[in-house]
Design a binder for this molecule. Structure first.
Ligand code: BG6
Length: 523
């Protein structure tokens, strides 16, 4: 059972934090080796190296822990150490790098050059891993991280199996594999990926990462709902009018034009991050906080989301693409002028959707989703709008002055939870205004939250798959989205709308809610 939420230890040398007294949970995994396939790419420097460094800094990894980078680029151990050091130096949340911690980490970093389709490279890796087990005491425990495009997974896992690295036969230690998104581009490709992975690994060995699930606020959703007596009784259609999930980014597609132009916002953000947020938000309480119970409940939510007909796609979806504008005071080019993007691209950089859940708890409660690049503000938030009071006891003042109660769960930035309700304006007469009750992680706990990758890597090393997507969840997410993608590409799902970079998306997204007598929350 996973103790929710994960709380990292105090950073050595910083002194105890009185606000976190009694909160420390020790979670030290078995000694193991992490093999990063595609180790010279962006993800390793930006996310994985800083996450490992911070785990070591927090005292969460055993001294035997070892990293082996594998990629085609010829490089020796020392050059790979430098690559990781640079990544930590640039992207770690704790800087400057502590020499003592880094020296310990560097002693356990090696590099294995080789092509992923070359059996000799895998044989060399297998020999190296045996030597590491012997010399560093890693006990045959292996975590493979596939930091490569998913089209390469089938070949990689086949080669791993051929080299005896799938952990299925020798019985010593554990073998787990983390795979990155995007998990396919539609249902068919996701099924093919699942089949290829399951030819070599058991489902329990496969960890499909969705870094949103590692965010502190997303984990806190379960605690908020099921660790308190107050909220769960009103978490249903009787009290909730509608739910809005916003994932807005100010960045454009930057250096990822080629990937993004073949992907779009629906596949990049909704298929995984948004549907996972929705599932965590809407699920029934699991019997236990075990990975399978939790994921069974999330799957039930996804099964309750009604796939749309083409007519519903035209009515309940809006897709947009940014044209030039100003984002946070900087001039932003149009999407079609971004590097590696087709000048006639029809790819959506913004999506707004209305989803319906056909479940006893949620029937009739619309879930509005919006996500986009090059938007006015960076914010990820789930906003719950409650029903209005049944009676206007305070006359017009009670109606005009007060918006319905809103509970906003801010995933990032300024992580926290805000409750908005009406209060009497001091003075004579009866004026009512909306006020906020505000909880912020920063001021309540006075500590930095760990990066999602820290949490998720540690969970995987501990064998806890709660915060990883199961194969059936990934497939169901595509079943929900495939009809939308099909209608859009058949020209039946409404036009592509344009919005200025730095705005809140196309006016059609506002109209989607206005038709229902609602509006987007201003964040
Ligand atoms: C990734 C997407 O999964 O999530 C990116 O591929 C996006 O396009 C990123 O920018 C957003 O993550 P975060 O943690 O910055 O909200």
């Amino acid at each position: 059972m996973r103790p929710p939420p994960h709380t990292p230890g105090a950073v050595p040398g910083r002194g105890a934090n009185p606000l976190r007294e009694g909160l420390r949970l020790e979670r030290i995994p078995d000694p193991c080796t992490m093999i990063i396939c595609g180790a010279t790419g962006d993800l390793t420097g930006r996310k994985l190296a800083p996450a490992l460094y911070n785990l070591l800094l927090g005292g969460f990894l055993p001294p035997e822990f070892t990293v082996v980078g594998m990629a085609r680029r010829p490089m020796d151990d020392e050059a790979f150490r430098t690559h990781l050091h640079e990544g930590i130096n640039e992207f770690s949340r704790n800087r400057p790098i502590k020499a003592g911690i880094w020296e310990g980490m560097a002693r356990g970093i090696e590099y294995q050059p080789g092509d992923f389709d070359d059996p000799a490279a895998w044989a060399a890796l297998a020999t190296r891993l045996k030597r590491i087990d012997r010399d560093r005491g890693t006990a045959g425990n292996r975590l493979f991280y596939l930091a490569v495009p998913p089209v390469r997974y089938p070949e990689i896992v086949r080669q791993m199996a051929a080299a005896g690295l799938s952990g299925q036969s020798d019985g010593s230690g554990w073998t787990r594999v983390i795979v990155e998104k995007p998990f396919g581009s539609d249902l068919g490709t996701a099924q093919a990926l699942n089949a290829a992975l399951r030819e070599v690994f058991a489902e329990e060995q496969i960890y499909r990462i969705d870094h949103y699930l590692g965010k502190e606020t997303v984990q806190n959703l379960s605690v908020f709902r099921f660790g308190n007596g107050l909220f769960e009784p009103i978490w249903n259609r009787r009290y909730i009018d509608s739910v809005q999930i916003t994932v807005a980014e100010t960045v454009g597609v930057a250096r990822r034009g080629e990937f993004y132009d073949a992907t779009g916002a629906l596949r990049d953000i909704v298929q995984n991050h948004v549907l996972q947020l929705l599932a965590m938000f809407a699920m029934e309480p699991p019997v236990e906080f075990s990975p399978e119970d939790l994921r069974d409940e999330k799957l039930k939510v996804l099964r309750a989301v009604k796939p749309m007909s083409p007519a519903e796609v035209a009515d309940a979806t809006v897709r947009g693409q940014y044209v030039s504008g100003w984002v946070e005071g900087e001039r932003a080019v149009a999407y079609r002028d971004e590097p590696e993007v087709s000048p006639a691209s029809e790819t959506e950089t913004f999506v707004a959707l209305r989803l319906q859940l056909e479940s006893w708890r949620w029937a009739g409660v619309p879930f509005y989703i919006r996500t986009g690049k090059a938007m006015a503000t960076r914010v990820t938030e789930i906003a719950v709008q409650f029903r209005r009071p049944p009676l206007a006891l305070f006359g017009r003042a009670g109606i005009d002055g007060v918006d319905p109660n809103v509970l906003a769960i801010r995933v990032q930035p300024d992580e926290g939870i805000l409750l908005r309700f009406g209060a009497k304006v001091p003075g004579q007469g009866m004026q009512i205004r909306g006020v906020n009750m505000d909880f912020r992680y920063g001021s309540s706990f006075a500590v930095d939250s760990p990066d999602a990758y820290e949490t998720l890597l540690l969970d995987c090393m501990m064998g806890d798959a709660s915060l990883f997507t199961r194969g059936d969840e990934a497939e169901r997410a595509w079943e929900i989205l495939d009809p939308i993608l099909a209608a859009w590409s058949a020209g039946e799902g409404g036009p592509l709308h344009f919005y200025g970079a730095g705005s809140w998306g196309p006016p059609a997204a506002d109209a989607l809610l206005e038709r229902d007598g609602r509006e987007w929350r201003r964040t």
